[in-house]
Structure formats: C-alpha cells, structure tokens
Design a binder for this molecule. Structure first.
Ligand code: 5GP
Ligand code: MN
Length: 334
C-alpha cells in the first residue's frame, strides 16, 4: 500500500475511533457499489461498537434486498442531535447525497468522505479519495484490513457486490489483478459468487423487462452508429406498471453495441428534469461531457441532469455529443 493511501486510512480510522454516533449515507438512486458500501460501512461500524444509522434519499433497487440489514435503511432525514459524525460513501460531490439529506450531512460535527470518483471535490473534514480503486467497496475492503477486521459472510457479501457491479461483472477497465485478489479473499470469507450474481442479475420482475422493451424501442443511432441513445419517459413507467428504480442498469444494453463509442440513456426523473447516463469505450471521457452540465462520474461512466422536456434535451445533448466526439480526437481531450 502506498504511503498516501495508508496515511488517509489512518486519518479515517482515527476519526471513526473518536466518535460514537454516526449517520452514514450514499448517493441518490443508489447502485450496487453504493448499496454494498453503505451496508459494509454499517457492519464495520457496528463491529467497532459504534451506533450507526444508514440513509439513502431514494429507495434501493429491489435486487439489493438480499444485503444485510437493508430494511433498516432510512429515507427520512435525521435530526441534528441524532449523530455526531457523518460518513458519505461513493459520492463524487456533496450534493450527490440528495437534497433531502443534505442539511443533516452538513449539520454533522464531522464529515468523512470515502470515494473513488474522478471528479471528487473534497468536501469532508477527512477526504479519502482513491480514483484508482475499482469501487467504494474495494476501499472499504482496505479499511477492514487496516482495522484487522476480517469480514464475516455478510460483510464479505456486501463488499463483493459493490466490486462486482462497479466493474460491470469484471468486464470494465477498472478490473485488474488486485480486484481478483480481493474477490478471491472475499470468496474465502464466505461471499458466494453464484448466489450474489443470481440476486443481482437474475432477479428481475416481468414489469422491469416490459419497461426495458419500451426503452429499447426508442433506440437511435447517430454519427455512423458511434453514438447510441434511448429514452425513458414517465408514461413508460405507468404503461409497464414499473418504476424508475428498475431502470438502473438499462444503459448497459446500449453499451453492449459494438459500434457504440458513446451510449446515452435519457430518463425523465420528474417533471422537467432529465437524468442523462453515459457510457463510453476507448479514449472517450464522458465525465468531461457530464461536467459541462454540472454532473460527473468516471471516464467511461458518467451522468448529469438537465432541466427541460425529454425530446428537446435529447436532441440538444446528441448534437453536443457529436461535436465532443469530433473534438475528442484532439490530444488535450484524450
Ligand atoms: P449513472 O449513469 O449510473 O446514473 O451514473 C454514472 C456514474 O456517474 C456513476 O459513477 C455516478 O456515481 C456518477 N454520477 C451520476 N450522476 C451524477 C451527478 O449528478 N454528479 C456527479 N458528480 N456524478 C454523477
Ligand atoms: Mn462506485
């Protein structure tokens, strides 16, 4: 472990040891890494004898319902006296926690930020940011090891889940030898690969597949099929009797098209707000594109939100992506 990283972990550990009552939270619309890291952080703090309550602003996708203690996760923000310190996991910026939880996090006497995003703005009193980590769960594995806390089955399962999902099942470029070493160790500690993959990838509802069919029906190709886009409107949710949370992961179907250097999914989050998810391959840095609109993420997986109606936002953003793609051949954008 490099000196910078061990110093950061020491800072995190001494802050954790100093406080007794924690709120922990992760980003809006939590994915597998967010959920794995939240559950893992809760288990770690409890093993250390701390009092901890976990929060997410939005409901979690049902496929993560098998993780330990997820039913204890609260959506309603805590009062200022309920905790001494807050820990945010997998949040590239403070606002990612969601407006409903923001004041509670800001009101905490001490804030620990544990994250692996490219554009993380250090917002905590302690900021442990590891952009080379595959996932927030990989970082929490390192935290466990530094605490000499060998994971039990529940903790190993949570950490495994986050690494599995943030590496796209060990397919993305953040998959490396260290990821497999950690995965091997977690399997030794009781994480069950077939069971976890079954829960995460093979537990869809019929409604989810109906929604996916509607979304894929809107697929369009641009720039000689280098760009593929699709959309999810609010009416598709009622037409399929599904909900927004079920669309987590749909972007991966667009990403699977060989010619697609950039895959974009436009989702109507609420009236007049569009969530734009992007995935790229090769040298295309979609985090930069997301940053132009106040979003962020990773080089090959990023997102932002734009106010407006679905179709005008989609057309505008496609035009912007086409010019970005043309410009991205320049070395300074590489
Ligand atoms: P997704 O497309 O799955 O919503 O997000 C892709 C990636 O971008 C994830 O790593 C996510 O954490 C990050 N991301 C999504 N929305 C935002 C945003 O509004 N701001 C920032 N900074 N990152 C985001
Ligand atoms: Mn993550």
């Amino acid at each position: 472990m490099n000196e910078f990283k061990s110093a950061k972990i020491r800072e995190v550990i001494s802050a954790i040891r100093h406080y007794d009552r924690f709120m922990i939270a992760t980003h809006v619309h939590p994915d597998g890494d967010a959920m794995g890291a939240l559950v893992a952080m809760q288990l770690i703090l409890r093993r250390l004898g701390k009092s901890v309550v976990a929060y997410t602003q939005d409901p979690y996708p049902q496929e993560y319902g098998f993780l330990a203690n997820v039913r204890e996760i609260r959506n309603k923000p805590p009062g200022p006296a309920d905790h001494e310190a807050a820990i945010l996991v997998d949040c590239g910026d403070l606002e990612r926690v969601g407006e409903k939880l923001l004041d509670s996090v800001k009101g905490a006497g001490f804030l620990i930020n544990i994250d692996h995003h490219l554009v993380n703005k250090p917002f905590g009193n302690v900021n442990w940011i590891e952009t080379s980590a595959s996932s927030a769960c990989e970082m929490l594995f390192d935290l466990c090891m530094s605490l000499s806390l060998p994971p039990d089955k529940a903790l190993a399962t949570a950490l495994y889940t986050g690494i599995l999902t943030d590496t796209g099942s060990f397919r993305f470029s953040n998959t490396n030898a260290r990821v497999f070493e950690i995965i091997s160790t977690l399997t030794g500690f009781g994480a069950d690969p077939a069971r976890i993959a079954g829960e995460v990838y093979d537990s869809a509802t019929p409604e989810k597949l109906k929604l996916l069919a509607l979304v894929l029906g809107t697929m369009e190709f641009h720039a000689s099929s280098r760009i593929v886009t699709a959309e999810l409107s609010r009416s598709m949710l009622s037409d399929s009797s599904s909900n927004y949370v079920e669309s987590e992961g749909f972007i991966n179907h667009l990403r699977s098209i060989k010619s697609a250097e950039v895959a974009i999914l436009f989702r109507e989050v609420g009236d007049g707000l569009i969530h734009i998810s992007m995935r790229s391959r090769g040298d295309i840095n979609v985090a930069r594109l997301a940053q132009l609109h106040g979003g962020g993420g990773h080089k090959q997986a990023a997102a932002c939100r734009i106010s407006g109606e679905l179709h005008p936002v989609r057309s505008m953003f496609i035009a912007e992506t086409i010019s970005y793609l043309n410009g991205s051949r320049r070395p300074e954008n590489g």
